[in-house]
Design a protein around this ligand. Structure first.
Ligand code: BGC
Length: 664
């Protein structure tokens, strides 16, 4: 029996390999034929990625897109999720351009498309690959229903610095967990067959080391040993490649002194030769142009450097489009370099099924049936409730009873929709999110509740100005004065037995270009919390955040702290599920919470020192601080639940362990 099974397995594998080889041969023949017909300009055109739709104020945008598509000067575009518009654009490529090569349609679908899931740092806290994959699958279903075929996700940059706003977009500090999540996300997006109409090509980013920006300041320089790269920072990108990610995005920073976007060691030696990557490389937004500011030369020079290093597609900057032909004529790049990049783009289009059916994902009837369905919202609620991390629960104050005691919900995030979704949400509509107050009413309709805003998210007008980028009023000052807001909150709280303070970061306080040097709860809210604590009533803190925060005071004074990150569309329902005990909190931190910013970088897998702290400040000349403990406030992996439990008699399967961590 066993033998028959083995023979059958071998036969199936053989047949699969045969089919794959036949498919590859078909693809090669098609692309060989196409390349023969293409002019140099048309080949370079395939390497050009243009932006449309949403674009940050002050950044470079693409012009004359339609004209360029007709002239065969565009390989793909991103920024829109309107299937009607995208179908019309695909029609231009398919009917008016000479060779009728279909376009990619990309978007930053980061943690859900229309139904929004928790921010990636929250999703990672579930430690549940099934849920991670499910969230990516639903995102792919919704995104392809709106005409998209490519997402700029997953972001798998390891980060050890909570000042960096984009720590919210990644999976934390652990390379192994980060690798498992990278794989699950790729599987979820791409499904079992990239050519299906509900498969979305993944783009793993930002290759490489973007999460190690010095001082946590976005776009800052990076300096790292090869050993740290291979052991800690590179594994998640490699895992995504192994899972078959169709594309990879370069990062803005330098790697070993050379900008990643011109780094041949990174993009050819490691990515292709060591890891066997078969997809294509796209730059980050205008990353080629920015290499001039790195000091590498004018646009022609940096574009040639990028191509020769292994970049295939230029995002928005049009350095390839405007200079590669000249570089070819001057012998600065070879025809073979352009051909190779063009081939990789065409191969991706083939694998995505675009040559078979350019309109496969452009079906206007899908959105009404597939977007924000009750099942999708149910999944978002389930995933969110599993991402929350209970950091403290004195005297089992949580879960709250659904009747009996009276509860005051206080804080600028308690009756708020705007900040429920978190950073990087293009398709999601915050107006459709569930606020905490709404969730409480849904889950505990009989509970006697009170509500007061209590404070602004911040009173600092210059901070507000920076938070309201794209000219959108994301954070506003209440017309009621801070003093009156506070007074009302104290009057409201006086009527209740328990206070639930719903505080923390607004959506725009983390994410891209949102680094902070003070990672505490904003002062206005902290002041409110102090006054609430002074009432002597138990205060439960429901904390919204896109990063680890410094919470020593809060930990010392609040009865309970439930960290909910930015939970997504179903925020309020999921929070109420956990607050009232329908779901036992099970999230565990994947990034260390320091006591103070002075301790950063602080992470669990650091190397030993020759002078470790021995637990006593009596001994001098040890690795410790004069004014702080070395320990984090909440370590990596931390998170409690409502029921006590113990792990015991744990066993390590050594051979499998070593295999999994790639050491043998
Ligand atoms: C970000 C990328 C993103 C790209 C396109 C860049 O500014 O760094 O993560 O995918 O914009 O929106």
């Amino acid at each position: 029996m066993k033998r028959t099974n083995t023979i059958l397995l071998c036969l199936c594998t053989f047949l699969l390999l045969q089919t794959a080889t036949a498919q590859d041969a078909k693809m090669k023949a098609h692309i060989d034929g196409l390349l023969k017909k293409m002019t140099v300009d048309e080949k370079i055109g395939q390497l050009n990625l243009v932006v449309t739709g949403y674009v940050p104020t002050g950044t470079t945008v693409s012009a004359d897109t339609e004209k360029k598509i007709i002239a065969g000067q565009v390989g793909g575009m991103f920024g829109s999720h309107d299937p009607v518009r995208m179908k019309a654009i695909q029609k231009i490529a398919m009917e008016k351009s000479r060779l009728k090569i279909p376009l990619f349609f990309g978007l930053d679908v980061i943690h859900g498309h229309r139904t929004i899931f928790p921010i990636p740092l929250g999703l990672a806290a579930t430690w549940d690959m099934g849920l991670v994959e499910k969230s990516a699958r639903i995102a792919a279903q919704e995104a392809t229903a709106e005409g998209l075929n490519w997402t700029f996700s997953p972001m798998v940059d390891i980060a050890r610095d909570p000042r960096w706003g984009r720590i919210s977009e990644g999976n934390g500090e652990d390379p192994y967990l980060g690798s498992q999540i990278a794989k699950a996300m790729v599987r979820g997006y791409q499904g079992d067959d990239l050519s299906k109409n509900n498969s979305l090509m993944a783009c793993v980013k930002h290759y490489a080391l973007y999460g190690a920006a010095e001082a946590g300041r976005d776009y800052n320089t990076v300096d790292m040993s090869r050993s740290a790269m291979y052991n800690y920072y590179l594994p998640p990108y490699k895992a995504a490649v192994e899972a078959g990610a169709g594309s990879i995005m370069t990062s803005f920073n330098v790697v070993d002194e050379v900008p990643a976007t011109a780094n041949r060691w990174l993009m050819t030696d490691v990515l292709r030769n060591q890891w066997g990557f078969k997809g294509f490389v796209v730059t980050d937004y205008t990353a080629i142009n920015e290499m001039s500011a790195h000091g590498l030369g004018d646009l022609q020079t940096v574009s040639a450097l990028a191509l020769k290093a292994g970049v295939d597609m230029d995002m928005v900057g049009e350095g390839f489009l405007t200079t590669l032909k000249k570089s070819l004529d001057e012998g600065k790049v070879k025809m073979a370099d352009i051909d190779l990049a063009c081939r990789r783009i065409l191969e991706a289009k083939w694998k995505m099924g675009l040559f078979k059916d350019a309109y496969g994902r452009l079906d206007e009837s899908r959105p009404a049936k597939e977007i924000m369905t009750p099942e999708n919202r149910k999944a978002a609620r389930e995933v969110a409730s599993h991402s929350f991390v209970l950091l403290k629960n004195d005297k089992q104050i949580l879960p709250l009873a659904k009747t009996g005691k009276t509860v005051a919900f206080v804080g600028p995030l308690a009756d708020n929709h705007r900040d429920m979704l978190g950073t990087w949400v293009i398709g999601g509509e915050w107006e459709k999110s569930v606020s905490v107050m709404e969730g409480v009413k849904n889950v505990a309709p009989k509970l006697a509740t009170f509500y007061a805003k209590g404070s602004n998210i911040t009173d600092d007008t210059s901070f507000i100005h920076r938070l309201n980028f794209f000219n959108q009023p994301r954070v506003t000052l209440d017309p009621i004065s801070p003093e009156t807001l506070l007074r009302n909150a104290l009057e409201t709280s006086a009527k209740a037995d328990i206070i639930v303070a719903v505080l923390g970061e607004s959506e725009s306080m983390s994410g891209e270009s949102s680094s902070r040097t003070d990672i505490g709860i904003p002062e206005s809210q902290r002041k409110l919390l102090e006054e609430l604590v002074k009432t002597g009533k138990p205060v439960v803190l429901v904390l919204f955040t896109g990063r680890p925060l410094t919470l020593e005071w809060e930990d010392a004074h609040c009865a309970a702290i439930l960290n909910v990150w930015a939970p997504g569309t179903e925020a309020g329902n999921a929070i109420a599920d956990v607050l009232f005990g329908d779901v036992n909190p099970s999230g565990k931190l994947t990034a260390t919470f320091p006591r103070s910013i002075g301790q950063i970088p602080l992470y669990y897998n650091h190397k030993p020192t020759g002078r470790p702290y021995n637990g006593s400040y009596q001994t001098k000349f040890q690795s410790n601080y004069l004014d702080s403990s070395n320990d984090p406030l909440f370590p990596f992996g931390y998170g409690i639940g409502y029921s006590p439990f113990v792990y015991e008699e744990m066993m390590l399967n050594i051979p499998q362990f070593w295999e999994e961590v790639h050491l043998i």
